[in-house]
Design a protein around this ligand. Sequence first.
Ligand SMILES: N[C@@H](CCC(=O)N[C@@H](CS)C(=O)NCC(=O)O)C(=O)O
Length: 209
Amino acid sequence: MIFYDCSTAPSPRRARIWLAEKNVPHEIVQIDLAKGEQMGEDFRAVNPGCTVPALKLDDGTVLTENAGINAYLESAFPEPPLLGRTHEEKGLVAGWSSKIEVGGLLAVAEALRNSSPHMKDRALTGATNYAQIPELAERGLARLQSFFDMLNNHLEGRDYVVADHFTNADILAVVCVDFARIVKVKAQDHHENLIRWRTQLADRPSLSV
Ligand SMILES: N[C@@H](CCC(=O)N[C@@H](CS)C(=O)NCC(=O)O)C(=O)O
């Protein structure tokens, strides 16, 4: 299969971690978002939505969203399970993944895409241009602070976001916390649980790919 990646962007990092966790062989094609390669004809032929990640399967099927890539990989390569082992875990992982995506990752995107001069008129991803709204950048930063506080409270007494093993909820939270540095948001000294959880995960090989 062919993985369309961008080594500096957070969304493809999610899929990259999944491929590493499940040890799935694949070719990599880098799409340089800084140069606008996602908008070019070649990549539009792969994903008309102009976003990475995209995963082209051996039968030609193209998966263009992390949610779809995750569902496919969990079904085709069940070990290790990343979407939960039991019925209850599956419900919790889905809920926490959604909460982290909306409350954390989208808050970083809101803050970055509505303020960076490099993203003028690119406030949202995709084929259509949208103007920046500076108030949304401020709101994104405020939402991100609340998200860090919420995650820190949740991680009290826990080694993982859900259950006693690494899941997609940890992947999303790691990608969010690491990428938040781009808008100068970092864990503060009082985020002890968050710092402990991230430190414990530091040696996990999939988080370095
Ligand atoms: N829903 C997609 C979102 C993917 C996404 O937003 N990717 C960003 C990189 S983090 C992108 O392709 N940006 C292209 C652009 O900025 O034009 C997913 O999670 O798979």
